[in-house]
Write a new protein. Sequence first.
Lengths: 426, 286
Amino acid sequence: MATTRREFIKVAGGAAAAGAVGFPAVARAQAKSGVPSDPVKIGVLAIRAGIAAPVGAAGLRGTEWWAERVNKSGGILGRPVQLVVEEESNPKDTVERYRKLILQDKVEVVIGGISTGVTLALGPVAEEMETPWLSWDGTTQKGVEETMPNPKWAFRSVDNEVEAIVAGRLTPKYFKGIKTVAGIGNDYSYGHDCWETYQAVLKRYIPDVKFVLELFPKLGVTDFTSHIAAIQQAKPDLLMCSFWSGDATIIMKQAAAVGLFKSMKGVFTTAGGVHDSLKKEFTPEGLLLGYNTMYFDDPKGSPLLKQFVREYKAKYNEYPAYECDHAYFNIESYKAAVEKAYAASKKWPSKVEVVKALEGIEVDSLSGRRSWRPDHVQMCNFYQGLTTHKNSYDFATINPVEVVSTTVAMKPAGAKLIEWINSWKI
Amino acid sequence: MGGVFHAAILFLVAAGLQLVFGVQKIFNLACGSFYALGAYTGISAVGYFVGHGGPPILFIVPLVAGGLAVGLVGVVVERGLLRFVYDRDETFQLLLTFALVLMLEDLIRMTWGAAPASTGGLYLAYGQARLLGATVPVYNLIVIAASLAVALGMGFMLTRTAFGRIIRAAADNREMAEALGVDMRGVYARVFTLGTMLGTLGGALVIPATAAMSEMGIELIVEAFAVVVIGGLGSMRGAFLGALVVGVLRSVAIWVYPELEMLLIYLIVIAVLLWRPRGLFGTAAA
């Protein structure tokens, strides 16, 4: 079950109270020399409403799980951590809350940010406020080039297009003889960027591939029967779909109702974000399905991932999605950077020192090793594979699991995306 | 065919909107929220039914029952809130129903959470049929039939029953009806509840074919608005025809030129507003 507003207040309040009352006692006993004993405040921005609310909830839950663990083991250098949670909504209000976190709550770092529109607005503000900001998500490469050319304080997530690139590379490997492709995505930057990128990648592997239909329904549409009829009429060999929210579930169900994937292959670059709603009854086997940067059922997963999945399931009766790990990595990397800087100076680092330490740092995250590239971009693995029903759940999972690193699937610093794709040696 | 299914659902919501506007002269923005409320209640009712050993094939029974039952919230809204603003300016009424939209959206999120909810694979429980060379889920046909039945039932009630005559009288001239001894408070409460039930039933019926999201109501209000403008405010026949026009044209647009999907509907809305501002059936009240 998702966190209700009341629970949310309770959790946030509880965390604050625990930070203010419970943990300083622990901290006084353990704070290292040169480290203040008061809690270190961490600002968190999480979407609470609308289509991305489940993603925001996942990020917040990952952060809370991290905070609980860290506080149990003595905090950061003996300083307990205290989360100050604010809502991410529209760009204007979120910028105000961001300023409040820094000016009024005096947080030492801000994490979070999912919507591209919001994160693009936050970028310049982060530079102006001179406080490290680690973004969970929401950064298409196009926009970032324009508004965050050389960020000093902002650390941003992977390019949105990586999922489409990974899917484009895996398509020819798993589906032979594809000649015609149709695409469907949401009518905003993410949907269009994914489709454009997927086409560019696929053309490199299958030069004579034809793109026969593209559909961009408005975000929030819940009836795709007409779209599916149009896709059937276009008779492509393969359908590429970049839906990532409830719409992924809906189109899967409505496609099953008319047997769409009996006559064509399917690629769902991002539907793994709502994986436990993709029930076996209507999700066929053999679709290429992307789980973004964390796969909860990874057979090669670390003990940390397994523990997280177990506790998450017990607490929320759901299986965690990728945003948990974007959030976990962000805050874990902050902790590692503080500790790294402390090792050099033997005192609690300034914000500038934290930023320096963050550049290039690598830590164990839920899904494995993750790092910050020196130009402040997150590096991690992407998980995609073919859907299967051979599992103990009532929803589809993937097997085999393909793990593709951003070192090969994300454009290098400074490169132009399409030019970079066209320069690949295949 | 996809368009007709969508039209069937749109008709139910728009019919609720029309009924309330025809009699109470209130443009109820919250009709979309009632639709969302019906959807979530339907999911819970079906979940409870199947969870307690009910045969999945009969899921439509708790679905409809849940959808209709939650429509009783209309009594609370009408008696508790709306009746205080009948004599106020329309702006107040719009603001009040808009406030309801926001409150109900939050209420849904607090009750059911923010993640999309659905009835799993029950949609496919009735199988598929071949119709005019296309594969159509039988469930869609059931919903279309149910919506037609509601349309006929509404038509019968409005033209052939005593309550229907009172409704039409009240829609025509409230003061006169009241002077003739009609208890308007009772009529308003019943009409609003009926209107609400149409919306919640629409939400419950659509949900097996899709997934519920807390903001799904907002999306529908816009489309229902287009239906009402095309059909004519306050007219039942207008709601029927408007829903069919919007549902089918959207479907045709996606086939022919996908970029036109939403634009086409608004082009028609504009055309109707310019050449026939009262809508296709705008003269007939209720």
